[in-house]
Design a protein around this ligand. Structure first.
Ligand code: KIV
Length: 270
């Protein structure tokens, strides 16, 4: 198994991995079965992302998912994960009003799910909030670049950090680091800028659509393993075609039921 060498991955291992140049692997997970498979595969970090709104709940954006919905999914993941660090997204509307609101939401998520950390979108403008959560004893992973909860403000899924945006991205990364985050997700950022930010800060960068120069990589598993049969972003590599396999399996089952060839005698009780 490659990646972080630890029986139980903790946030301190992210600093050690960065210092040693060991790439950090991360995937999203929203249920017990996928979590136990990814955990067994040695994935270092499982993110219960608010992307569950899209790939689990079938919604167009991440904005509508609630804290209670996130908690149901996160509980399943933490119960199944034995080794990976489990991080849960703070959903839209659960932290923006004040650092106090963010601390209350983070405490609820940590208490009710058994997760190890929370993730929050935003850079400079979210630094006080990250600091407040960290001061409450809760590890925080930042998320800058394209931040899906702000997709209407950003004008859709647009690459961030190009041209003069590079300075903003650097300021955001530094602010998240100074506020006490243990890692930061960089989403949809030019590879060169992401690599530059990665060199500039001491916390680990986890890239999604940010090229090979970050300290780790994360993908939404339904995209990477082909359960999502729709169009995916350029940065997704397809490791499997689970959607097609499932379609074939479901058709075979439907055919067997129609033909009354399922169940057979050995699949029935005497
Ligand atoms: O919710 C999510 O899946 C995420 C990843 C895209 C990093 O935030």
């Amino acid at each position: 198994m490659s990646g972080i060498s630890a029986k139980r991955v903790r946030t301190r291992h992210f600093f050690e991995a960065k210092a040693a140049g060991t790439p950090i692997s991360a995937l999203t997970s929203y249920d017990a079965l996928s979590a136990s498979i990814f955990d067994e595969a040695g994935i270092d970090m499982l993110l219960v992302g608010d992307s569950a709104a899209n790939v689990v709940l079938g919604r167009d954006t991440t904005l509508s998912i609630t804290v209670d919905e996130m908690i149901v999914l996160a509980k399943a993941v933490t119960l199944a994960a034995r080794r990976a660090l489990v991080v849960v997204d703070l959903p839209f509307g659960s932290y923006e009003a004040s650092p106090q609101q963010a601390v209350a939401t983070s405490v609820q998520i940590m208490k009710e799910t058994g997760a190890h950390a929370v993730k929050i979108e935003g850079g400079v403008e979210r630094a006080d909030t990250i600091r407040a959560i960290v001061d409450a004893g809760i590890p925080v992973c930042g998320h800058i670049g394209f931040t899906p909860q702000s997709e209407h403000a950003l004008g859709g899924p647009v690459i961030q950090g190009r041209g003069s945006g590079a300075d903003k991205l650097t300021r955001d990364a530094r602010a998240v680091e100074a506020a006490g985050a243990f890692a930061v997700v960089l989403e949809m950022v030019p590879a060169e800028i992401a690599a530059q930010v990665t060199r500039d800060i001491e916390i680990a960068t986890i890239g999604i659509g940010a090229g090979p120069g970050t300290d780790g990589q994360i993908l939404v598993w339904q995209d990477a393993f082909g359960l999502n049969r729709g169009k995916t972003a350029r940065f997704v590599r397809h490791y499997a075609n689970l959607g097609d396999s499932l379609l074939d399996a479901a058709r075979a089952y439907a055919d067997d039921v129609s033909a009354r060839s399922f169940p057979a005698a050995e699949e029935s009780y005497e």
